[in-house]
Structure formats: C-alpha cells, structure tokens
Write a protein that binds this ligand. Sequence first.
Ligand SMILES: *Cc1c(COP(=O)(O)O)cnc(C)c1O
Length: 228
Amino acid sequence: MSRAQELRDNLARVLQRIDEARSAGERADPVSLIVVTKRFPVSDITILRELGVTDIGENKEQELRAKAAEWDGEAHPRVHFIGQLQSNKAAAVARVADVVHSLDRSKLVRALARVDRVDPLEVLVQVCLDAEPGRGGVAPAGLDDLVDEVAAEPALRLRGLMAVAPLGGDPEVAFARLADLHAGVLERHTGATWLSAGMSGDLEAAVRHGATHLRVGTAILGSRPSLG
Ligand SMILES: *Cc1c(COP(=O)(O)O)cnc(C)c1O
C-alpha cells in the first residue's frame, strides 16, 4: 500500500472515531483535528494537505524551522507548537507557528510577546494534570495568575487551555478535572474557548469532556521513528 493510501485510510478512521465520539457526547459544535507530524517528513505533510488536513502539530523548534523552510513561500498548513518550549527558542517558534499550546510560565509570556508579528500570536496555557510536575504545564494552583498575565499581554491572544492526560492514569478523570479548570478560566476570560486535549489513545474521553482541539499523531501516521 502506498503511503498516501495508508494515510488516507488512517485519517478516515480517526475522523470516524471523532464523529462517533461527538454523537455519543451529543456535541453539536465542531472538534478540530491537529495532525501531529513530529519526526515525520514534509512529504507526509504534503500528502495530508492533499487529504484536506489544514492543521499540523510539531514539538521541536529546530525540526519545525527546518520543515517551515521547505514550504517557505508556498501555501503551508496552520502550525500548532505543542512541545515544551525553552524561552531562548520562543522567538524562533513564534515566527513560524500560528498557535502555541505549551505556554506554561511567566518567562514565556515575555519571550513570546517580544516577537514582531502582524497578528497577535494565539496561545493556549498548558496545565499540568500529573501529580508531579516535569512533563510541562503550570500547576493548577498557578493557572489563574498565568492566564491573567497572558490575557493582559496585547501581543498574545489567549485562546484557552491545553493538557496531556497523565501517563498510566485514567483519562476520564484527568479530562473531567481539565474541564472544571477550563470552566473557571472561561468565567473570567470569555474568549478562552479552546480546549486542546486528547491524543490517539484517549480522544474519545477528551471529546466527552469538551475538547475543541485534538492532537493526533500515531493513529494517523503510524509509530514514530525514534529520535536519532
Ligand atoms: C506527540 C504528541 C501528541 C500525539 O500523540 P499520539 O499518541 O501520537 O497521538 C499529542 N500531544 C502532544 C503534546 C504530543 O507531544
């Protein structure tokens, strides 16, 4: 089977899963699919775009810049940066990404806001649902302050929240908690309507708990080549 056929079949299956989850959850609002293309070549992104994919996710600054250089000047996908971000790489990411999902500390607010862009950079605040911090995300106790800080920054547009379900935990529990935190943020920031949650293994649970954006890699592209 050609790569194009493989991606077409996998994409169809994922879109079907999303449709079924939306029906089961009686979700009338759309749920956006971000295809996570990290560690896969630009040729796959080209195929995905031909299949109608508009949004991709990347998690490494260097890899994203290399890919962006290949499609420079040509029509390119909307890019969501979903990886842990170092503040010294923030400017480079803000120049090529359309949305940053992983803003999780004050220092990044300042670093991302400094970049000269035509439009404000769209950002999601990543919240940590793990008992122990370390995989990225602000602890729930610090969420309100960080969200307020982003909202007060004219160069950034607060879009909502992002989270990853804890490894080995129950995604239902994690995403229910996330939905609660999101409701709290929405009370004070009515524009923060996006909820980025759900990956290949837990997208149904995420849709059930109000995810507006799913980040799906493996179920569409296959298992990722290991880091070289
Ligand atoms: C890699 C990655 C994904 C995609 O995960 P899959 O299990 O391959 O669907 C989603 N979100 C983040 C933050 C990631 O790093």
